[in-house]
Design a protein around this ligand. Structure first.
Ligand SMILES: *[C@@H]1O[C@H](CO)[C@@H](O)[C@H](O)[C@H]1NC(C)=O
Ligand SMILES: *[C@@H]1O[C@H](CO)[C@@H](O)[C@H](O)[C@H]1NC(C)=O
Ligand SMILES: *[C@@H]1O[C@H](CO)[C@@H](O)[C@H](O)[C@H]1NC(C)=O
Ligand SMILES: *[C@@H]1O[C@H](CO)[C@@H](O)[C@H](O)[C@H]1NC(C)=O
Ligand SMILES: *[C@@H]1O[C@H](CO)[C@@H](O)[C@H](O)[C@H]1NC(C)=O
Length: 521
């Protein structure tokens, strides 16, 4: 399994003995730092030995079992006047601490993806920190915290979740590390995908001192725009009153991949250049698709829906409201449908539906299927005007972070079905427009065929976290990002944006058979 191939490195030989750390792992010994406007509510600290838990390297990766010996510290605190209760959790290795901190990012509406994301960091000697930002950790469902008893948006929890808690967690974790190990971390790293990726870029933009290295996967930046955008396929299907079966979408996507597979020079089932793919699905009308034993023909309406989803939402004046779904992306999350006999209906992706209902419209009971023709644009406009500043975290000015010597390693799957890759491309281009030397401290890699934070049919980055650590600590800037299928049978180097992969010669399962080239070279 690919976790076993990871090499464990130690930043600092640790001179503190495990018995010292055991004795310091107690409430009275843990100091809560000064954070303006906060009050400590509760500290808990106990050693936990032989703790067997499951860990996952990425948010959608296979899970492995591991046994940890940790000092488990939890700290609850409140913000003056808010009556909130934020819980930070820190796991500190009892033995062989490597001198570093790792901050663990969230998923969807959850500020912390899962404790299974702590295990890989801790088993490699890192102290790990995460925060619940003061609300229930449910990535897909915000209904327990979005609105207060009067059905008004809970702006304090929104602000905790999107803008404040991650920095406070870093400050607290560094103080707890000093309390337990008697010295602070030598280096601190962020590790997040999706919401975790957004939090990483948010930290670089707003809190440049929090982390030295920031690993960003498929970031949920541009939140105020892209989250309504995740609802757009449902809006299209409701307006056209046509809900294609998933097998039809799947057949169109497969035909698209097959038609454009060779743009990179090799037929290997992986679409590397979705934005150069101009497949016209109208040629599939009347074609029969095997829908679980039943043959169903593709209709003109099916193609019309697919094309509208690819084209993306436009305002009344024709300007884009968000990007369209890239070619080769599975519509299963955003354009989900369910059928009984011949009758199909849409199944909205819950993050998009919750965002629009709870935060934008502040009305849990609204039926989004009844949005009028102008409704999608109106909802997007309101989302942006009310929430862009707090939630989108897409400020391209990273000079303060750059000046700390920090590094950002950013990757995004080209087949990401939840957060389209164009949002990452756009952000990187805007950072570059402000700083032509962006690659000195920030590099972005696209992963062909990879879905949201993993999965899909492509090759996933292999341990990008260690690549980032090498860059920060040894100055080894990555010219490519090694990627592989989970069983390791296929390897590929991901290209630094905007370069694209190009087959040269040899076995296409080997990285050396490809080079990176400029798109229009
Ligand atoms: C943890 O497991 C090891 C090896 O099985 C054992 O020697 C040790 O006593 C255990 N520690 C605790 C606190 O249970
Ligand atoms: C860590 O401590 C908290 C608070 O006491 C507890 O809820 C949690 O289960 C503990 N975690 C582990 C791994 O023991
Ligand atoms: C979201 O959670 C609430 C409880 O907090 C529950 O009533 C609701 O059914 C959930 N929604 C979905 C779509 O699961
Ligand atoms: C599309 O390709 C995938 C992966 O090979 C396969 O699982 C799926 O059944 C295909 N869809 C259709 C409708 O043939
Ligand atoms: C699509 O909707 C069906 C029916 O509600 C559900 O069972 C399925 O899990 C959904 N698929 C995805 C990818 O969410």
């Amino acid at each position: 399994m690919f976790f076993q191939t990871i090499i464990i490195a130690s930043a600092a030989a640790c001179v503190v003995s495990a018995t010292d750390i055991l004795s310091r792992c107690a409430e009275h010994n843990i100091k809560f730092p000064y954070i303006p406007g906060t009050q400590l509510l509760e500290i808990s600290a106990q050693p936990v030995e032989n703790y067997t838990t499951s860990g996952s390297l990425t948010q959608s990766d296979a899970v492995f079992k591991t046994t940890l010996d940790i000092c488990n510290v939890t700290i609850n605190y409140a913000h003056q006047g808010w009556e909130d209760n934020v819980k930070i959790t820190i796991w500190l290795p009892l033995r062989d601490w490597n001198g570093r901190l790792s901050g663990i990012g969230g998923a969807g509406f959850s500020s912390l993806a899962s404790f299974s994301r702590f295990a890989p960091a801790v088993s490699r000697g890192y102290a790990a920190v995460g925060t619940d930002a003061g609300h229930v950790m449910d990535s897909l469902n915000a209904s327990s915290w979005a609105l207060d008893e009067s059905s008004r948006v809970n702006f304090f929890l929104l602000q905790n979740n999107f803008a404040i808690s991650q920095n406070e967690a870093a400050i607290v974790a560094k103080e707890v590390i000093r309390s337990v190990y008697r010295k602070g971390p030598q280096y601190s790293y962020w590790d997040g995908c999706s919401t975790g990726g957004r939090q990483g870029l948010m930290l670089a933009q707003r809190y440049p001192d929090a982390y030295d290295g920031i690993l960003v996967g498929a970031p949920a930046i541009n939140w105020a725009n892209f989250v309504p955008g995740m609802y757009y396929p449902q809006f299209v299907m409701n307006r056209l009153n046509h809900f294609p079966r998933q097998c039809i979408f799947s057949a169109i996507v497969n035909a698209t991949i097959a038609a454009c597979d060779e743009l990179d020079g090799v037929k290997d089932g992986i679409l590397s250049m979705p934005f150069q793919c101009h497949f016209d699905p109208s040629r599939m009308v009347h074609q029969k698709v095997d829908c679980g034993g039943e043959d169903i023909a593709v209709t003109k309406e099916d193609v019309q829906v697919m094309q509208a989803i690819w084209d993306g939402p436009k305002g009344a004046d024709g300007s884009p409201l968000w990007y369209g779904m890239p070619k080769g992306v599975s519509p299963k999350d955003q354009a989900n449908t369910t059928c009984q006999g011949d009758r199909c209906t849409g199944v909205p992706f819950n993050i998009a539906a919750d965002w629009i209902k709870l935060f934008v419209l502040q009305d849990e009971t609204v039926d989004l299927a009844t949005l009028p023709e102008t409704g999608f644009e109106a909802v997007t406009d309101l989302s942006v005007s009310a929430y862009k500043y707090v939630t989108s975290t897409d400020n391209p000015d990273l000079q303060a972070f750059r000046e700390t010597g920090g590094k950002i390693l950013h990757w995004h799957g080209l087949a990401d079905q939840q957060i389209y890759v164009q949002g990452s491309q756009n952000y990187y281009e805007r950072v570059e427009a402000k700083d032509v030397q962006v690659r000195d401290f920030y590099r972005f890699f696209e992963a062909p065929g990879v879905a949201h934070c993993g999965g899909g049919y492509g090759l996933l980055p292999v341990d990008p976290f260690s690549v980032l650590v090498d860059w920060v600590e040894s100055g080894v800037a990555p010219d490519h990002l090694p990627a592989a299928t989970e069983d390791g049978s296929q390897q590929r180097n991901l290209c630094p944006y905007p370069l694209v992969p190009s087959y040269t010669s040899g076995n296409p399962t080997r990285a050396s058979s490809f080079k990176c080239r400029a798109l229009y070279a």
